[in-house]
Design a protein around this ligand. Sequence first.
Ligand code: SF4
Length: 342
Amino acid sequence: MIEEILKKAENMQGLKDDEIIQLFKIDDRRCFNRLMNIASQLREENRGPIKLTSTIHVTNKCKITPKCKYCGFAAGTSPQGYYHGFSKKDDEILKAAKKIEKAGIPRVSCSSAHGYNGRHAIRAARIIKENTSLELLINVGSDLKRENIQKLAKYGTDTICCNLETINRKLFHHLKPGETLQQRIKVCELISEEGIELSSGLLIGIGETYKDRIKHLRFLKRFKSLGEIPIMGFNPYKGTPMEKHPPCPLDDQMKTIAITRILYPHLRITVPAPTIGPENVKFSLIAGADNIATVIPDDYPLDVKGVGSPQVGNLKKILKTIKSTGLKAEIKTEKLASPIPW
Ligand code: SF4
């Protein structure tokens, strides 16, 4: 039975919900490895080298009240996170972006907390696009109106991220009592309508069911400009209301990444180093991911705490990991790129 489902997945035939649930429930090592091989193969056939995305956090002063129950990013939420509020000045954003570019990382994600109508994000987009050749993803959650999206487009923003986290409405409102799912869906629609690439992902291990995940993955199909799906395994941040909630198991994260690859062979599937854990990045690659986020070069001028956990990915270590799996990274530094086929 499971072999038939795996064969269908391998041949890119559509899977029914109950078949996908069987994939989530795999507990046999041989079938698990076969699922991973199928996902990796689909990535090889449909995607290029592994993308690396760095990070600039512009401000953590979030005006959402009450705060999301898992959040360790916003000021005052977790002693393991930033805790103290900050807003990066223009020259700090520029210096960080230049460092990322010089290190050869092709892409940067700029995130900013909620409450400014995307103002900080627009500022960051202008600075980055006027001064570097970096690809740019902007993430300010649902804090965007159409006119702000148009401004981000004007500056050449490549991708805008608005994660729905979960489309289990009850769970969403329990975890994010200061936001509405409807508002997040609306922003995804606006981004899509404006023709900018949409990134929209799942936070997993937060109490959702496999059915919720499948419904969520299918729901994303409605957004025409969807180009990227981040899969973010939950990790508890100390001092938050969810500090005792267990972290999402690694094999569950791997299955979800692989199933997402099967459902979306042509899309960028992102795994942030902090959510899977920098030491586990290779398992995200084995499962079919093709973009590692929150990759930080040496001598980076800003203190970075990952969204999802305080750990971030070090560029050199991530490159070694990618090489050890036999894959190639997209890296722009001549020194790193030319002699060694990363
Ligand atoms: S997850 Fe985002 S919106 Fe929620 S409290 Fe944290 S910074 Fe604010």
